[in-house]
Design a protein around this ligand. Sequence first.
Ligand code: NAD
Ligand code: UGA
Length: 451
Amino acid sequence: MKITIIGTGYVGLVTGACLAELGNDVFCLDVDQKKIDLLNNGGIPIHEPGLEEVVARNRAAGRIQFSTDVAASVAHGEVQFIAVGTPPDEDGSADLQYVLAAARNIGKHMTGFKVIVDKSTVPVGTGDRVKAALQEELTKRGADAGFSVVSNPEFLKEGAAVEDFMRPDRIVIGHDSTAEGQQAAALMKKLYAPFNRNHERTFWMDVRSAEFTKYAANAMLATRISFMNELANLADRVGVDIEAVRHGIGSDPRIGHSFLYAGAGYGGSCFPKDVQALERTARQYEQDLLILRAVEAVNDKQKLVLGRKVVQRFGADLAGKHFAIWGLAFKPNTDDMREAPARMLVRQLLDAGATVAVYDPVAMAEAQRVLALDLNAEELARVRFAASAMDTLDGAEALVIVTEWKAFRAPDFDKIKASLKQAVIFDGRNLFEPDVMSQAGFEYHGIGRSI
Ligand code: NAD
Ligand code: UGA
């Protein structure tokens, strides 16, 4: 099938590459000329395992192209995916300006029937707004081409995006019951048929329910994390190991093991903004989502927990003290630092007067860009961007681990001990066992592990 993807970011590029891999003829549009030039020169704008190979293979086969040409993009696809950003507005609601601009562009140029697919995460009712914006453009130029707006939210995780897209747990498609809506559903069914070969994974519903399902999923996952973080903080006080508790409750199939890891707080481009946007939707309907407000508040506090533990141990004045930080990306296997807990930790330690040496296996360039925005020149001068994990350690009072990269899971502890000024580790992702660490001669501070 001929597919257009509007917005070649994380979701757009992965969707485009994976649909091309299945044999479709994909046109990826973006307004960012630099991004398109990079892709056309064989580069990849994000770090995502496996993506580079899929893009290269399909580019070579002529199944995927990258362009900023709006008219050509509209002419290309019978299905037009909107995968642009929906960042938080000042009041926390989703900013729909990019989604609506994409819809208008389609309305300005389309001639025949098109299926418009909202893949971006958008609040309930956005399907109607996309329809109205597009229709307005058609009316302006006296055109009457048919179209239907479908909701097909994306559930991929960064760091596992290609795998998640290719092997989805479920595909959610919301469409309306008009003749055009049925025609759109038939096209979506054909497009997603390769994913449903062994068993049917698609859930068909109305557009508003599909839009809501996406927020409900992210809000539920964020709730589990904040719940575990809150329990972990109590565990620290009452002498309980939150990891034992995690196993103990996760084995109940009604609870399950996933997303029960206490840690340094959730970050990334989605949980923080989607929890806020759902709260905002509720407020528009005069409802107060008490649980979600708490989820957000607990997470904001949790991002400060590691820094607080350091201050408790070394004092509020950290002037003249140096710390090593491992892991800057908001999670492993990505270079994304949006809302990353490491940014809060760096801020806290610098505010207390410390100097830091930081390292991440892939996010170093992004860290330099982002920390240059977060910090002033004097603060930035107190940050050293190290060449390796071991290179952070010399002269540091302690090592602080923020992201659970595989490369940090079995380090050379003797070398760490020999390099640090004091054998102290703050582990924001509970990578190690407290008793093993103590036998190895370390003072070990995990999250919820003060047993
Ligand atoms: P992103 O910022 O990585 O990419 C968005 C792209 O859209 C950018 O390259 C931008 O230049 C482009 N763009 C903006 N306006 C445009 C226009 N009018 N025409 C063409 N291109 C335009 O964003 P993302 O992380 O891919 O997120 C996109 C949406 O998907 C968001 O709603 C997000 O919540 C949702 N989502 C993201 C993830 C994820 O893991 N990142 C997962 C599921 C859902
Ligand atoms: C999340 C969802 O998992 C995806 O299904 C969804 O499509 C995506 O948001 C989105 O809407 O954009 P992502 O943000 O890429 O994906 O990453 P996650 O693996 O969900 O991790 C998010 C944050 O939660 C990370 O900071 C991670 O460290 C933290 N986390 C995760 C925990 O603290 N504990 C856990 O048990 C799991």
